[in-house]
Design a binder for this molecule. Sequence first.
Ligand code: DGJ
Length: 707
Amino acid sequence: MENAIVHLTSDSTSLIVRCTPFAEILYLGQRLNGFSADDLISLGRAVPNGRIDVDAPVNFSADSGRGSFGTPGVEGHRDGLDWSPVFDTVEVQQQGNQLTIITKDAIAGLQLCSELRLDHSGVMQARNTLTNLKAENYQVTRLAVTLPLPERADEVMAFHGRWIKEFQLHRTRLEHGGVIQENRRGKTSSEYFPAMVIGHHGFSEQQGEVWGVHLGWSGNHRLRADVKTDGRRLMQAEALYFPGEQVLEQGESLETPWLYASYSASGLNPMSQQFHRFVRQQILRFPTNKPRPVHLNTWEGIYFNHDPNYIMQMATQSAALGVERFIIDDGWFRGRDHDRAALGDWYLDEKKYPHGLKPVIDHVKNLGMEFGIWVEPEMINPDSDLYRAHPDWLLALPGYQQPTGRHQFVLDLNNPQVFDYLLERMSWLLGEHDVDYVKWDMNREIVQPGHQGRAALTAQTQQFYRLLDVLGERFPQIEFESCASGGGRIDYEVLKRSHRFWTSDNNDALERQKIQRGMSYFFPPEVMGSHIGNKRCHATSRQHSIEFRGLTALFGHMGIELDPVKEGDAERAGFARYTRLHQQLRELLHSGNVYRVDHHDDTTLINGVVSIRQDRAVFLVSQLAMPAWSLPGNLRVPGLDTQARYRVSILDAPALLANGQPGHTMRKQPDWIQQPQELSGEWLEKAGLALPVLDPESALLLSFERV
Ligand code: DGJ
């Protein structure tokens, strides 16, 4: 068979796959320029004593029948038979950087098709599709993608979290056994973002080898990084299935979600930059090329108190601040006066809006802003007309009492009547009104997802995608935000049909610094909703200066989340100032390379963006807590052109340091601040800038412009 060995390359990465007699990844790492298939002789493994007499590969299907004792890639059976498939290659197809390997087990009557792509950004995509070839049904329990890793990949970094504290990092040494991460909440979840970074221990933002992986799936998932007892390592990723959920009739297939992987030889920054480039080029489909508009979202400003005249005042104030998109959040539909009722009743509340939405929308448009609106289509409150009419429309199991979550149940999107009802109501909303943007929420976890008695979570997730896809086709000019309580449904598969994520319901700038950093590993700034919230944060009651809130919101897709009518002049001047600053910088922020800078004091977080042409950069130095040391050390600026010179300036500083004032924790500012400088990119990278001493919960924005 031809194509026994395939070498795919990107600028940075090589992927070498042996396609026969079975499919196996031999290398995923730094690009090789002189590779020859003959070199592979060097990888032929020894067979140790005291175990199976032949070499057992870590192949795509991780077949246990080849003597590999790890978790198989395919688990299932046909009424107790055909439960240990062994897949041999029957066909290999290659088109450019896309490889398809079709393998079969004729005894078990199964086909496994593995697809691999290496994008020029350096991101590898992989998925497996299992097909039942026999007349009897095949029950699939597990179907995973398996990725071998080298022995030096001995530390795992992953993400945990919860509502209002998403994307928190933790690290674990990978020595014996393994690390398993499971999410069973029915959506991507705030608890476990479906990703892992596995690298050589001690890897950091700027150093060390890392393999980052993300499973693009908005349902339940399992990710594992394993050390086999012989020392080899691998990672596996899969969507989780409930018992009996996946039954394949003859000719039917089941696909894994796509697994995305990015390798870096020099720390987490290049890994993220590759993921960002991939998202920008391969996933995001903005209806137009316009800059990401600055939002004003009404939620924390008025909650359920909708008065169109007042909302129009809010819109007027928003436009004066430079806001470009005005979004009416929850509370606009019939009976929605609090969060205990009305989900499902997608009809305008005519008591609140006696003249319809049109006057508000016209007002927003006349002010030159786009108009957005909030929905939560997948949900239903027991106190709703829809529930009273159709109590059987729930995604649930008959006979059991569903627990509510935020006083709501989940609708069964697998029921065509439900799907059609939602499609009709959403089409009314989006077709009859001049809507530019939809904030699509999803505020509860899914328990016992039953359709006609059978488990149906995968189908529910697919129907959710279909609903968004159909609406996307019907209304191609409308953008969607994936919200899910903030942070609950953030992944690459939902991003294929949405344009922004609501990152977290926590607008506390201090908490946001960490949440946004966590999200930045896999997502570029332009999809990360980041809002300036009220001075006293509604999630934490903490208070922050407008400078700290403004600078923290600056590095995402920026917005404001409060009632501008009620704010005083100083706060309003701040909103206008940071909106303007964001608008000045957003082309750079939303297209450049993101850097997170290693710093010896973890009370200081430093991140920045360098333009692709390296002619401009901004770096934000955020002091999260009292500095560990009285001197903060130097910022060695990554990513600049070492052949060029840069004008260094301060774009924004805490009010206390304005006009060269020292502040609380500093007696005198560093020399370079007092006399603005032009310095070489090389010097800035190798020696750096002495940082000023910043007070806790304040930040400094630095600019570098090529001269
Ligand atoms: C949860 C979201 O995350 C909030 O931003 C807001 O839209 C509320 N739901 C509305 O109920």
